[in-house]
Design a protein around this ligand. Structure first.
Ligand code: DQA
Length: 147
């Protein structure tokens, strides 16, 4: 079965307890279950991975790059979004469609959050739609894969 990589970066393991005004009340496990359910409607499975470490996230992208059944990735890189050229390069090397997602409306927050250095490696960026943004990301990736 084909699959999507669902990648979460630093501090997103704290969802449900972390700043609910920006990030909502769903836990990471609940959010992942929701993404899996959406992907299942397209006959696609989800490989979810979260880490607080940049290198571990890059390793996960490289493993997905070696998986011929992986059709793309949904990436919420947390604050690494704004700084990590290494993640950008790993996503370019991944060579498959990537959708950047943010739970909060990053473009309406502090100026440093308005910058995404991974954006050029992505086919789309979705922000400020909470968990609904992930459903859209699944649909966009499945469409991009022509399924
Ligand atoms: C975030 C926004 C980032 O600026 C922040 O560092 C996060 C979460 C979001 O989902 O809105 O950790 O990516």
């Amino acid at each position: 079965m084909t699959r999507l990589l669902l990648l979460h970066g630093p501090n997103l393991n704290r969802l449900g307890r972390r700043d609910p005004a920006h990030y909502g009340t769903l836990t990471l496990a609940e959010l992942e279950a929701r993404v899996r359910a959406r992907a299942r409607t397209h006959g696609v499975e989800v490989h979810a991975f979260q880490s607080n470490c940049e290198g571990a996230l890059i390793d996960a992208i490289q493993r997905a790059a070696d998986d011929p059944d992986c059709l793309g990735a949904i990436v919420n890189a947390g604050a690494l979004t704004h700084t990590s050229y290494a993640l950008h390069d790993a996503l370019v090397d991944f060579g498959r469609p990537v959708v950047e997602v943010h739970l909060s409306a990053v473009s309406e927050r502090e100026p440093w959050r308005r910058v995404s250095v991974i954006r050029p490696a992505c086919i789309a960026a979705i922000e400020g739609r909470g968990a609904d943004g992930y459903d859209e990301a699944v649909d966009r990736l499945v469409a991009a894969a022509g399924r």
